[in-house]
Design a protein around this ligand. Structure first.
Ligand SMILES: [Cu+2]
Length: 313
């Protein structure tokens, strides 16, 4: 992620348009701010009370000046309003040739459904050079689908569909935070946008959304588990050593006893791992108060992950 002092890099034409408008409005505001502050100081000094018996003039308004200072700001506001609403409509009205991805927010992850029928969680992969339309909704509370690099933020509202589209994107990896406070783990609701070449994207579609990290069927269960952990976004929150990210590290834990938040201990074995993945709220480890967001895995896949975790020292 790009954390500069100013805006992150704009990765699409539409994003550049948003930036241009933002910069225009900022300059106009800055110019007016400087003008007003300058006048304030000039008047403070120029018309200050010079002698203790000075009496100010009593003025009953000046129609000409009042019209000027009403009309000029009104014109500026109308211009900003027109430019702003034009862009707002542009963002929501897609051209005909778009690739449509359905986005659903849920506590606390982003689900993406592709037109080919498969789904991913937190992993949004799109081909470069294509128009993409996002149709956004929520499965529970209000979330907000935000791609800072695209300068787009759109509420995800249950029972309602909102949308925005974008033209060609620049290759790279960008973050998708949730921008609407949606519960205890709002800050963990973090998807990843990866813009890849058309070839890589075709590969991704062919693998049914497994991130191109498909392993051959001859791979060992641990290797399959590793690929799954990578493609399902687990490693955004879990380190493969013992360090703590959002969730506990996976390294060197297998086969040892684990302390839980309620003071009891469990054995860190396959059963515990599978249960932790399938029912995160069942047992919460020490040092955590809220369960992990639900993950989209089957029990068999959870077993493969357990095989992978066994190999982590
Ligand atoms: Cu959210």
């Amino acid at each position: 992620m790009d954390i500069g002092w100013f805006l992150p890099e704009a990765i699409a034409n539409m994003a550049e348009k948003v930036d241009s408008l933002f910069i225009l409005i900022s300059w106009v505001s800055l110019a007016i701010f400087i003008l007003v502050e300058m006048l304030l100081f000039i008047f403070l000094i120029r018309y200050r009370r010079r002698r203790s018996d000075d009496q100010g003039l009593s003025i009953h308004g000046n129609t000409k000046i009042e019209i000027i200072w009403t009309v000029i700001p009104a014109i500026i506001l109308v211009i900003i309003g027109v430019l702003g609403s034009q862009l707002t409509y542009d963002i929501q009205r897609p051209p005909k040739d778009v690739y449509t991805i359905e986005v659903a927010g849920k506590k606390w992850a982003w689900d993406f459904k592709y037109p080919e029928g498969f789904k991913t969680t937190n992993e949004l992969r799109v081909p470069e050079g294509k128009n993409i339309l996002f149709k956004i909704t929520s499965n529970d509370v209000i979330h907000s689908f935000w791609i800072p690099a695209l300068r787009m933020k759109q509420d995800a509202v249950p029972g309602r569909q909102t949308q925005f589209w974008t033209g060609a994107l620049k290759k790279g990896t960008y973050s998708i935070p949730c921008a609407e406070y949606c519960g205890t783990m709002h800050s963990m609701m973090l998807g990843k946008l990866t813009v890849v070449s058309q070839d890589d994207f075709n590969q991704f579609v062919k693998s049914g959304g497994k991130g191109g990290t498909t392993t051959s069927s001859s791979a060992s269960p641990a290797e399959k588990g590793k690929a799954l952990a990578q493609s399902s976004g687990c490693l955004n929150c879990h380190a493969v050593d013992s360090s703590k990210l959002f969730g506990p590290g996976w390294g060197g834990v297998y086969g040892k006893s684990k302390k839980l938040a309620d003071g009891s201990t469990v054995m860190y074995d396959d059963q515990y791992i599978v249960e932790s993945i399938m029912k995160p709220s069942a047992k919460i480890p020490e040092g955590y108060t809220a369960p992990m967001p639900p993950q989209n895995l089957t029990e068999d896949e959870a077993r493969l992950i357990a095989e992978y975790m066994k190999t982590l020292k």
